[in-house]
Design a protein around this ligand. Structure first.
Ligand code: 5GP
Ligand code: MN
Length: 396
């Protein structure tokens, strides 16, 4: 691998005849928008550009982006490009079915912004300060001498707005806003894109959200929230995998929460998404569990049940836990209902957690410190034991 700058990459691209471009498995707005934008620019230059899907899923959510139907599954792709570009994909594993295409291509490039990007291409460019790969692709397109079209601007803006969480995350830099302004000037319409991405939800998606909310549990004195959705939840609500995308952010949005963990059952494994606000680095935890991502948004796949994932992962998310060690001392609040938890917080962090009047005492929340409290047992709390009104207790 050679660490290249964007102008080297631009030169390499402009010398190609046939380019295949892919993002990562479970594609999101950044990888899909980035691939679309770069493919459009290459075609403007008269270069053949094929857009590959690392797995077979193509989220309908982003179908408003011009050219979207041009994506094709890499698993069925038999082309022989002379150049392969991986966007927003830090590891070969995340390239899924596109990796064999990369392996049979003579020259390869990666452009990424993940801190854990591996060296797996001939030319690599990684800018961890970029809010989205869509920003880097925008700069690359300018270096290629292409005037961005409204379609390119729409794709890049979609990449930027989704990866910065609508300009809310810590990666929302001055440069992110400057790029957004240039994209809007080139024809991206922020209100339309926001409407497509954020005001276009199915009722199934909202019903899935209700399931995740019903399963909410807190730990680490309210700094940690975790929840899950099962395969049955998907069947019963009619929700798709993409409908689960918004769930981790809903958990993180809770007051006092610093780390959120959302688990999704998928064919005998658990797909876990973590989100942090503040200084916690969930990327390190994800890497310790074989996954990866950013400090504030990361994920991994866990082989086992939801209960096993809770037992393994939740203690790693407590303040003071190291990424690769179970920390159980603070585990006493795992499984607490909001009522119990806030009662504990308001009683100066002692372990005297009174049971709500209409709820039987939960053996997972001991009433006094005891050696048993250090056992990493993380039972589920049956949500119906806590009235809905209990969930909205104000922290004074
Ligand atoms: P999400 O929770 O939305 O699936 O992912 C959040 C972030 O973590 C994204 O940047 C995504 O690329 C990264 N990520 C999620 N799962 C994995 C994984 O299994 N491996 C690696 N390397 N990164 C992941
Ligand atoms: Mn990205």
């Amino acid at each position: 691998m050679e660490s290249s700058d964007l102008s080297d990459i631009s030169t390499t691209l402009m010398g190609a005849h046939h380019v295949a471009i892919s993002g990562h498995i479970n594609p999101d707005g950044d990888c899909l928008g980035s691939v679309l934008a770069l493919a459009s620019a290459l075609r403007i230059c008269g270069i053949r550009a094929d857009m590959l899907l690392a797995d077979d899923g193509l989220p309908e959510l982003y179908a408003f982006m011009p050219g979207y139907r041009g994506f094709r599954p890499a698993s069925a792709y038999d082309g022989h490009p002379d150049l392969f570009v991986a966007l927003d994909t830090p590891t070969p594993k995340r390239l899924g079915c596109s990796f064999p295409v990369m392996q049979r291509t003579p020259v390869t490039i990666t452009i990424d912004h993940h801190p854990d990007m591996q060296d797996y291409a001939d030319h690599s460019y990684c800018d961890v300060t970029a809010g989205a790969v869509g920003m880097m692709v925008w700069d690359l397109i300018e270096l290629m001498g292409v005037t961005p079209t409204p379609a390119i601007a729409t794709a890049c803006f979609t990449a930027l707005i989704t990866d910065t969480g609508r300009f809310q995350y810590q990666n929302t830099t001055v440069s992110a806003f400057e790029h957004a302004a240039r994209m809007q000037a080139a024809g991206a319409v922020p209100s339309q894109i926001s409407r497509e991405v954020y005001q276009n939800r199915s009722i199934s998606c909202v019903e899935l959200e209700a399931r995740a909310i019903a399963n909410i549990h807190f730990g680490d004195q309210g700094r940690l929230v975790y929840s899950w959705v099962t395969e049955q939840d998907f069947v019963q609500t009619g929700a798709t995998r993409d409908d689960a995308e918004s769930l981790p952010d809903i958990l993180r949005s809770l007051r006092g929460v610093e780390v959120a963990l959302l688990m999704r059952e998928e064919g005998g494994t658990i797909r876990a998404s973590m989100r942090a606000k503040g200084a916690r680095d969930v990327g390190a935890v994800a890497r310790a569990l074989g996954g990866g991502g950013h400090a504030a948004a990361a994920g991994f796949t866990f082989v086992g049940t939801v209960d096993e994932a809770i037992e393994r992962v939740v203690p790693m998310l407590f303040v003071g836990a190291t990424a690769d060690a179970d920390t159980t001392a603070a585990n006493r609040f795992v499984g607490a209902t909001p009522t119990q938890l806030f009662a504990a917080i308001n009683s100066k962090d002692t372990l005297d957690v009174p049971a709500p009047p209409d709820t039987p005492a939960d053996p997972a929340i001991p009433s006094a410190p005891s050696p048993a409290a250090t056992t990493p047992v993380c039972p589920r709390q049956v949500p119906t034991t806590s009235p809905a009104s209990d969930r909205n207790v104000e922290q004074s």
